[in-house]
Design a protein around this ligand. Structure first.
Ligand SMILES: C[S@@+](CC[C@H](N)C(=O)[O-])C[C@H]1O[C@@H](n2cnc3c(N)ncnc32)[C@H](O)[C@@H]1O
Length: 357
């Protein structure tokens, strides 16, 4: 076990934290929570978990091995650096650089990031005199995050490129539909559902296939269902574009699924605006699909579903998770967590995670 920290995306306050933890749980890594700061999560865990986070996470930017935390002032940071054993992480002759990232405007009065990089570089050289500085292509990079008036400092283990998600955004796919979900959010939902490599993932409202594509990229076998033939054909086109063959792509009604067993469910039901509910209501569809998918899951397995919070923009909202809470409990689902994702003035998505108990 080692102290690790994760620099998180600022796109959501809660999803990135839950996503990292869900990845570790899905991949069987034991961890304990050290603390959470704005866009920074500190955990004690097996450093090998970083590989899984790198492959799977949508909302993590960087993973590092923590060397110290200090108050966010330059003096405290230099002091902490001079009492840290850098020779243990820098071999003689190895080169390094120091990068300080400030979250929002934390400690602006106390830390000038460029000046601190220089000061910490000097302090590291005093602790590991046989190392050398190389700003362009160092062997090792030390990262400091200034957040919540703390400096979290350590050795970078991996940096995560999220460019590939934008290459798979809805408009980049050959079959576009306005109801399509952002690929990053779909990936995060798959992680929250504890999807494991080789496991069978079902999306009963698959639409353009976002979740099927994101699930396949982390090694799941994906099955998609949609009640509209043109969506199934479009979805097939998108899968082929990424050289993906789904385990199954079925033109069927999600309320009567022709499937017996899956390992997790990730889905985004139609809200009746950009995506049709086909003469039903969203609430009816959600209720029936919760019941039909409950049958397919084993104890401890999860469904991650995006439910609408419809608003009129004047404070009146209708939260569907509250409407279905009774049914969820009656079916025997445990409500694990929920996250709000703003879409536009009259719609917020609530990402619900339910676990069969
Ligand atoms: C919000 S869209 C899903 C979008 C999808 N997540 C994506 O990224 O493309 C909902 C989908 O549910 C489908 N649908 C509506 N009623 C259905 C039903 N009873 N059974 C299965 N699919 C249904 C619609 O055709 C639509 O494609």
């Amino acid at each position: 076990m080692a102290k690790l920290f994760f620099l998180l995306s600022g796109e959501s306050e809660t999803l990135p934290i839950s996503e990292v933890k869900a990845i570790l749980e899905a991949e069987g890594f034991i961890y304990s929570n050290l603390s959470t700061f704005d866009q920074t999560l500190r955990l004690e865990a097996d450093p090998n978990c970083v590989g899984s986070v790198q492959v799977r996470a949508a909302f993590t930017r960087l993973c590092a091995l923590e060397l110290f935390t200090s108050e966010a002032t330059e003096d405290q940071a230099v002091q902490a650096t001079s009492t840290t054993d850098f020779a243990a992480v820098l071999k003689p002759g190895e080169s390094f650089s120091v990068r300080i990232n400030r979250i929002k405007q934390y400690a602006e009065q106390d830390i000038n990031t460029m000046r601190l990089e220089g000061k910490l570089g000097k302090a590291i050289l005093q602790r590991a005199p046989q190392a050398k500085v190389n700003l362009k292509s160092p062997d090792k990079t030390f990262i400091g995050i200034v957040t919540n008036n703390q400096l979290v400092f350590g050795l970078k283990l991996t940096e995560i490129q999220t460019k590939t998600f934008s290459e798979r955004r809805p408009r980049k796919k050959p079959f576009f539909h306005p109801s399509a979900m952002p690929s990053k959010l779909a990936r995060c939902m798959i992680n929250l559902a504890h999807a494991k490599p080789e496991s069978l993932l079902l999306d009963p409202f698959c639409g353009t296939g976002t979740s099927l594509i994101e699930g396949t990229y982390i090694g799941c076998r994906a099955v998609g269902v949609d009640a509209q033939r043109r969506m199934i054909l479009g979805c097939q086109k998108n899968l082929s574009h990424f050289n993906i063959s789904a385990e199954g792509l079925i033109w069927a009604d999600a309320r009567h699924l022709p499937i017996f067993k899956v390992d997790c469910v990730v889905t985004d039901p139609p809200y009746g605006r950009s995506s049709s509910t086909l003469k039903s209501t969203t609430k009816q569809l959600v209720q029936e699909v919760l019941a039909s998918t409950h049958e397919l899951l084993g104890i401890g397995q999860r469904i991650c579903i995006a439910l609408p919070i419809m608003g009129d923009g004047k404070g009146k909202t209708n939260q569907m998770s509250a409407d279905v809470a009774g049914l969820v409990a009656q079916l025997g689902f445990k409500n694990v967590e929920s996250h709000k994702v703003f879409v536009h003035r009259t719609l917020t998505r609530e990402i619900m995670v339910y676990e069969k108990s």
